[in-house]
Design a protein around this ligand. Structure first.
Ligand SMILES: NC(=O)c1ccc[n+]([C@@H]2O[C@H](COP(=O)([O-])OP(=O)(O)OC[C@H]3O[C@@H](n4cnc5c(N)ncnc54)[C@H](OP(=O)(O)O)[C@@H]3O)[C@@H](O)[C@H]2O)c1
Length: 324
């Protein structure tokens, strides 16, 4: 089978398409014939050796896929060969076959295509965990989403709206904000041409945002914290801008607000039953089209490096997908 392989940590362009042996599932695993794989920011970090986990070389990037179950390992009871599924992986989705632990594989209904299923799990799971489990977002609260047209950002916009919040999207261009509006955002702030804090104040009658979803980091996080309401919650989701900010904790004290780390992967390991229930609930919303991933670009496997590069260059709205 063909796999896009990373043989040494470094530039994305080092990724090479290779012919490798067919996969064999270990106990508790399945082999999936991959039809589509979602592209995520951590793929870029992993290939460059900057992710918290460094896989042994060579490896294929890709943390989520959708496809058809082709082989079952010993002890797999709930899945059958031929099942259409979506799966979360540590890595390995950018290949014609991927192995996945059966507890991270979710059947998808016939009406859900492979591409949206592959673009769905990781970002919506992160947004759900952040908004529901960490922030306990309530209907009627104001949610500010930074990087709102990106993968986790747009998922947070859609979910926030469904949970009954008033959603303010913040992004770097009018085109990105238009996409957020089409996905349910009530208001938009262009943080390149507008002052984020001033605009949040204007849009919230001086109160600030109750919950802030921040996958961007860098200088924006402190401005966001200054835009937070008293007793608000700032969700630290990621650092797409590169720099990990240091925050003035005096502001946290004065506002009585909370700064909460959103670590979705760790939560899935710590509380597997709740995590599985969350995932099944999200897939139900996907099947009902209550949640619709926005796929702005599709790449063939051999152009996987380009797909990851487009994320680093802020060119992806919603999600990019590798189609096989
Ligand atoms: N905590 C978790 O469990 C978890 C799970 C998944 C992802 N993450 C993290 O969340 C972050 C976003 O992931 P994603 O998949 O949503 O990425 P994405 O689709 O690329 O979105 C990131 C957004 O950040 C903004 N951004 C600002 N400065 C940027 C820069 N220098 N380079 C790239 N983007 C920049 C961009 O929006 P504008 O151009 O509008 O500013 C972009 O849309 C990453 O740090 C990722 O590692 C965390």
């Amino acid at each position: 089978m063909k796999a896009l392989q990373c043989t040494e940590f470094g530039p994305l362009e080092n990724l090479r398409l290779a012919e490798v042996p067919d996969l064999v599932p270990a106990a508790g695993e399945v082999v999936i014939e991959v039809r589509a794989a979602g592209v995520n920011f951590p793929d870029a970090l992993m290939v460059q050796g900057q992710y918290q986990v460094k896989p042994s070389l060579p490896f294929s990037p890709g943390m989520e896929c959708a496809g058809v179950v082709r082989k079952l390992g010993i002890g797999v009871g709930d899945l059958r060969v031929g099942d259409r599924v979506a799966a979360l992986l540590d890595h390995g989705a950018f290949a014609e076959q991927a192995t996945a632990s059966a507890d991270r594989v979710f059947p998808i209904p016939a009406e859900v295509d492979f591409a949206p299923a592959a673009a769905f799990l990781l970002v919506y799971a992160t947004a759900w965990h952040g908004l529901v489990n960490c922030a306990r977002l309530q209907a009627g609260e104001t949610l500010l989403v930074l990087g709102a047209s990106g993968g986790v950002g747009l998922a947070a916009v859609q979910l926030g709206k469904q949970l009954g919040a008033r959603v303010i999207a913040a992004a770097s261009s009018t085109a990105k904000l238009d996409l957020c509006a089409r996905n349910g955002a009530d208001a938009g702030i262009d943080y390149v041409s507008e002052d984020l804090k001033t605009r949040v104040r204007e849009l919230t009658d001086g109160q600030g945002a109750d919950v802030i979803f921040d996958p961007v980091g860098g200088d924006l996080t402190e401005v966001a914290l200054r835009s937070c309401a008293a007793q608000g919650r700032l969700l630290v989701v990621g650092f797409a801008a590169g720099a990990i900010p240091r925050l003035p904790t005096g502001l946290v004290l004065i506002k009585g607000c909370s700064v909460i780390g959103v670590q979705w992967g760790e939560y899935a390991r710590r509380d597997p039953e709740r995590y599985r229930a969350d995932m099944l609930g999200l897939i139900e919303r996907l099947a009902l089209r209550q949640l619709v991933p926005h796929i702005s670009a599709t790449y063939p496997l051999q152009r996987g490096a380009e797909a990851i590069r487009s994320l680093l260059e802020r060119r992806v709205a919603g999600k990019a997908v590798i189609a096989l």
